[in-house]
Design a protein around this ligand. Structure first.
Ligand code: HEM
Length: 141
């Protein structure tokens, strides 16, 4: 295989690679990945009162991601019959509001130094996540 042939092969395959990326990097996916990274870090440090400020920053970032995701349309919306789609999108937004409500509670608990309560609330966040994925993102649970 000479270099020219390898180059031609790479150029021919490039569109396939970018198609795969499009699927993965849909706008909600980006917000979700951001929330996921914050959540993992928060779980590690939530019991440490010395990291309170940093924990509050992580929660603020999670809220930002959830608010952005609330305004976007999941890929799965395309599979819902048109007549039901508005109702489906309202339910999606409502579930995201539930998540934001949990983040508010989490923020108050961390702010008040109630670390045990904050740990319990992390479990509640995961429940809302599970419900959200069950209903709106069947591929990711
Ligand atoms: C802490 C809470 C949550 C976390 C950490 C989380 C995390 C994730 C992750 C890692 C993905 C895969 C992203 C990818 O690979 O591109 C994803 C996708 C998705 N999540 Fe969540 N999620 C959470 C809550 C929710 C909630 C409450 C809902 C619905 C109201 C939701 C709806 C979705 C949807 C629809 C997708 C697929 C993206 C699309 O269709 O465009 N998630 N989530």
């Amino acid at each position: 295989m000479n270099a020219r042939f390898v180059l031609a092969l790479l150029l021919a395959l490039a569109p396939l690679a970018s198609k795969a990326d499009d699927k993965k990097d849909n706008p909600i996916g980006k917000e979700m990945k951001g929330m996921n990274a914050d959540f993992k870090q928060l779980k590690k440090q939530i019991g440490d009162p010395a990291q309170k400020d940093s924990s509050l920053k992580l929660i603020a970032d999670m809220k930002k991601h959830a608010k952005t995701a609330r305004g976007l349309t999941p890929d799965n919306a395309a599979k819902i019959p048109e007549a039901d789609r508005t109702k489906w999108m309202d339910a999606y937004k409502k579930k995201m509001d539930d998540l934001l409500g949990e983040y508010d509670k989490l923020e108050s608990a961390v702010s008040d130094g109630k670390t045990d309560e904050a740990k319990t609330l992390l479990g509640d966040v995961l429940n809302v996540k599970r419900q959200g994925h069950e209903e709106f993102n069947k591929e990711e649970k």
